[in-house]
Design a protein. Structure first.
Length: 89
């Protein structure tokens, strides 16, 4: 056998063994305690998402208010006075 065919055979063997190693085991059925724990975790996750959403909305409102304060109520940028050119000597 030459080196090329040995490398190909090794690559095929590795690919097949890697596929079998990553096979998933079947999920065990959940009992009542596990279902209750999963439901509780879901409720906590929903409450955390709601809290995060409210915090994001509050931060966005503060950013809008600051922008309006700095740029005027209409949202237009404030006028910037141009610098006077230096006098020629």
């Amino acid at each position: 056998m030459n080196i090329g065919s040995m490398m190909a055979a090794g690559a095929i063997a590795f690919a097949l063994s890697a596929g079998m190693a990553q096979a998933k085991l079947p999920v065990a059925p959940m009992d009542d305690a596990a279902k209750a724990k999963a439901a509780e975790a879901g409720v906590k996750k929903a409450e955390a998402a709601k809290k995060d959403s409210a915090a994001l909305a509050k931060a966005q409102d503060r950013a809008v208010e600051r922008y309006k304060k700095e740029h005027g109520k209409g949202g237009a940028a404030p006028e910037v006075k141009a610098a006077k050119p230096a006098a020629k000597k």
